[in-house]
Design a protein around this ligand. Structure first.
Ligand SMILES: [Zn+2]
Ligand SMILES: [Zn+2]
Length: 251
């Protein structure tokens, strides 16, 4: 059985699900992707996903062609649903043979799923249904709806005024712990992006160093129960645009 992406032979590894059952999953040593039987990803722990995704792939080349199912050869489609975080890529076989997670995507998926469950527990809000956290229907909630991000007038370099809402989506803040958050957003055009804190700390972080649509930044070593403010700087073909401040608080 060959890798959906790079067509190298897949290896089999044994893993244990959250309920203690053992299953095998397929791993590509070349690109670091994983092929899982349908819905198995739902039953892994985050720690298992972290171990599985810690593989060091031989190749870092990003395949351009869509992956094909190792069972039936059909083109696998990426799960595009407003429920799926735009920063996570999961491909699924149209004939339900399984799901393919390119390198690192399994861990990101599990972290998003866990933080959603955490969110619902923390706020006492019932999930719409169990499917709301299960692949292929996964929703990542924005804490921005509860900790409103403040979108003021946009500061731009010169006289050009561009509303931040016209160039990027509201960032999603996903707390993974009280000191570790994921910040994700999408721009409507490919852009290089960075993030600069204006309150809580003063560091800048590169987010996307090449022009991208989807942007994801993981920030660790934050302080618990702290208010942070930040701006996003977009480089659109050499033109720099700075958004107004966004806000989040660590749990
Ligand atoms: Zn591969
Ligand atoms: Zn298939």
């Amino acid at each position: 059985m060959d890798c959906p992406h790079c067509h190298e032979p897949l290896s089999v590894i044994e893993i244990e699900t959250a309920d203690g059952q053992s299953h095998s999953i397929k791993e590509c040593l070349s690109c670091g992707g994983h092929f899982l039987e349908p819905y198995l990803a739902n039953f892994l722990t985050v720690e298992t996903a972290r171990n599985v995704d810690s593989i060091l792939p031989k190749s870092h080349a990003v395949p351009t062609a869509p992956p094909s199912c190792p069972h039936c050869g059909q083109i696998m489609s990426s799960i595009k649903d407003d429920a799926v975080p735009q920063t996570v890529t999961v491909f699924t076989c149209p004939n339900h043979h399984g799901d393919f997670f390119p390198k690192d995507q399994l861990l990101l998926f599990k972290q998003a799923q866990q933080s959603k469950i955490y969110f619902h527990k923390l706020w006492g809000i019932p999930l719409r249904s169990a499917f709301a956290v299960l692949i292929p229907i996964l929703v990542i909630f924005s804490l921005a709806t509860l900790l409103p991000s403040i979108l003021k007038q946009v500061t731009t370099t010169q006289e050009t005024r561009v509303k931040a809402s016209e160039i990027l989506t509201s960032p999603l803040i996903t707390p993974l712990s009280s000191t570790h958050v994921l910040i994700s957003f999408s721009s409507y055009r490919p852009a290089k992006t960075s993030l600069r804190f204006t309150e809580g700390q003063t560091q800048s972080y590169p987010v996307s160093t090449s022009a991208q649509i989807n942007h994801l930044l993981s920030i660790e070593d934050l302080r618990p129960s702290t208010l942070y403010k930040y701006v996003i700087v977009l480089d659109l073909n050499g033109k720099s645009v700075t958004t107004s401040e966004y806000t989040f608080s660590t749990p």
